[in-house]
Every structure is written in C-alpha cells, then in structure tokens.
Design a protein around this ligand. Structure first.
Ligand SMILES: *Cc1c(COP(=O)(O)O)cnc(C)c1O
Length: 394
C-alpha cells in the first residue's frame, strides 16, 4: 500500500499534469493596486477590493480602536458569553443600508451561505441554482440534503421548467415543503448580471423563495452601492439577501439581510453561526467603517472613479454588452488550462498580475484570465493592461 505521502503526491502529480496545480504566492504588502512579487512590482488586476477600502486609513483606524476597546479575540460564539455591541452596531448599519428589517453578520461569506441554506432547507425541499453560482452556495445546497436542480445560466425559460417541475413534485406531498431559488447578482467569474426582475416574477408565480448573493455588486451597483437588487428596484421582493464584507466593504465577514423573522430563525438554526466563535472585533469594526464609507461622499466618489475605469476598459477591450450594468469583472476566456497559465505568466513578465482561473472554479476548458478593476487603478494602469492584452491576442 502506498504511504499517505505517496498517495497525496500521486494526486498532486495529476493536478500538475492537468495544469490545475495551485500554489500560494507570497507577498509582503497590504491589499492594493500594486503588489510586490519576487522583488518586482506588478499592477494588481486580481483584487475584489473594488473601492480600494482594504488599506483605507478610516478602516484601519476603526479596526485598531475596536481592538483597544474589545480585545484581539472574541472568546466564544455570540450565543455563549454574550454578543458584543460591536456586532449589533454592524448589523443595524447593514439593515439600515440595505433597507431590510434586520441583518446578521457571519465570520465569512462562505459561512453565511452554508449556515443559511442548511438552516432553511432540508431533505423534503427543493433548491434550484443558477449553473454558475459560487462554490459556497453549491456546497451549502448539497449539505442541506434538499433535492438539487440546476438551471442554465441566467436562462429564465429553463428556470421556469424547473419551477414547474418542483411545484408539481411538491403538490403531491401534503407537508409544508419549500422551493428555494439561488443566484448571484453579479457573477464572480463572468462579471455579467442576473435578470433579477424576471427571477422575482417567476419565484412569485411558483411560490418559491429567492436568495441573491450580492458579493460582487455591493458597493459597486445601486444607490449608495446597495447592490443590483436596489438598482433593479426589487429588494423588497427578495426573501434572503446575502453578501460579503470582504470585497468592496474592505474588511472581512459575511451577512444576511432580510426580515426580523429570518434573522431570529438563523440565530437559532444556522450552524456556522451557532457553532463558531464570533468574528474578531477588528473585523467587525473595520466592516462597520466600510459600510459607513460606502454611503459617504467619499464612497460616492470612489464608486464614480470605479465606473469611469470600467467604461474605459470596456472601450479598450470590447465584448461586454454596453447596456449591461457597470460591473468590475472582465473575463478574458482562454479555454485551455495550460494556455491560461502561460498567458498569466507572460502578463506577469510585463508587470501585470491577472490570475488564470481554472477548474474547479470554472468549468474544464473554460479557463480564463479574470481581470477585476478597482477605484484605485490609474488610467495608465488600464493602458498598460490593454496594450498587453492586445499583444496576447496577436
Ligand atoms: C467571495 C464570495 C463568497 C465568499 O465570501 P468570503 O467572505 O470570501 O468567504 C461568496 N459568494 C460569492 C459570490 C463570492 O464571490
């Protein structure tokens, strides 16, 4: 029998052969539009820090103050030793911002998806996912034990077929069964947007619930950066609004916004909330400052700067329908995994950092460079990117 290490080394060899091996690249600086890798400074087009808040003085100051007041660690789950005022302030700010009855903070976006979906859905229920939703949602749906169906990406006709099937399936059973539809609002690897108005119409027609993950829309779209649901005017019709505090908000953690009943239920049933130590004070303090900053004048200016960058890049690398909302993610589809890795390496030689995204983050054979813009990029950064992409296309 091969030893444990031999066994793992065989698996790793397979990953390498398929160009799917991943490794950590060590950097030595805060998140920002530049990163220093092997002693060279590269322009960073890989970050989700869309407004450049991760290294913002106001967030750092808030984190430091939170540590001084509430300590470095949290000590326990919020249900055990009491729930720090800091989280209640953060949750009030989130509920105000998103104009919902209540909010609940989790330690990460991943924990938010897993805790929420498994709390709400069980083996007699049906979950219907967009084909391209984030891994956290796929894992959550599987873990819930519910029947799982996938609809073609952003395809309302296909979704309606599944909803019809689901409501017929549940009509035969007498018990109180539920259907949940889950989508992202801005898709993390493609940068396109879900047809939220159509999704709301359909879920209401079939009596399903709708959960929308706004991870890449919060801070970027909608009034004050409230997200795509706000931009489409459908926030009030979405039962479960999810997002993360780790992207445009610039800190760390995840959240659910919705009714008071939803939040009370999650406090009682979301296992990733109940059986996990509360986020550290520094994270909650920085997130609160980030949520406030999104809505400030400065937040507005940063959002405008980001939108200008997006406009400019759309002009330089065509391919995104111009009527689409201004999302900060630009996929350059390469297809083959080896080619994607080589292209990313060539860009790095020219001081551009854009990651090669491969299976299992995207489908096999759909490898791509995922370019994301932030308010902190300069016009020259975009020119350098466009020149390099043009060279690669040739
Ligand atoms: C990043 C991301 C998450 C996970 O959020 P974390 O706070 O990083 O755990 C969930 N959903 C989507 C769509 C994401 O992009």
């Amino acid at each position: 029998m091969p030893s444990f290490s031999d066994h793992l080394n065989q698996r790793l060899a397979t990953l390498r052969r398929e160009n799917l091996f991943r490794e950590l690249r060590r950097i030595d600086a805060p998140a920002g539009p530049r990163l220093v890798l092997d002693g060279r400074t590269l322009i960073n087009f890989a970050s989700n820090d869309y407004l450049g808040l991760a290294d913002h003085p106001a967030l750092k100051e808030a984190a430091i103050k939170s540590v001084e007041k509430f300590g470095a660690g949290s000590g326990s789950s919020r249900l055990i030793c009491g729930s720090s005022r800091l989280f209640h302030d953060l949750e009030s700010a989130l509920a105000d911002f998103k104009q919902t009855g209540a909010a609940l903070a989790f330690s990460s976006g991943y924990a938010t998806a897993v805790g929420t979906i498994t709390a709400l859905m069980g083996k007699d229920d049906i979950i219907i996912l967009d084909k391209l939703v984030h891994a956290s949602i796929v894992d959550a749906a599987r873990l819930s034990g519910a029947k799982l169906r996938i609809f073609a990406h952003n395809d309302l006709n296909d979704l309606e077929d599944r909803l019809r099937w689901a409501s017929e399936t549940l009509a035969d059973s007498r018990a109180n069964r539920s259907i949940l539809v889950v989508t992202e609002s801005v898709f993390s690897m493609d940068g396109d947007v879900a047809p939220l108005r159509g999704l709301v119409e359909l879920k209401e027609k079939y009596g399903a619930w709708l959960m929308v993950d706004e991870a890449h829309a919060l801070g970027v779209l909608g009034q004050h950066g409230r997200g795509l649901a706000d931009e489409c005017g459908v926030s009030r019709h979405i039962e479960i609004q999810m997002g993360t505090l780790s992207k445009a908000v610039g800190a760390s953690g995840g959240y659910i916004c919705g009714s008071r009943a939803l939040v009370d239920y999650l406090i009682n049933r979301a296992r990733s909330f109940i059986f996990s130590t509360a986020p550290v004070p520094a994270a909650a303090g920085a997130a609160l400052a980030g949520v406030q900053l999104l809505q400030s004048r400065e937040g507005e200016q940063r959002r405008q700067a980001l939108h200008q960058r997006i406009h400019k890049l759309r002009g330089l690398i065509p391919g995104r329908a111009s009527e689409q909302p201004l999302t900060a993610i630009f996929p350059v589809i390469v297809g083959d995994e080896a080619r994607a890795v080589n292209t990313a390496a060539r860009l790095r030689e020219n001081n551009i950092f854009a990651p090669a995204v491969r299976y299992p983050t995207v489908a096999r054979g759909a490898a791509r460079l995922r370019i994301s813009l932030t308010a902190a990029h300069s016009a020259e950064d975009l020119d350098a990117l466009a020149q390099n992409l043009a060279r690669i296309n040739r």
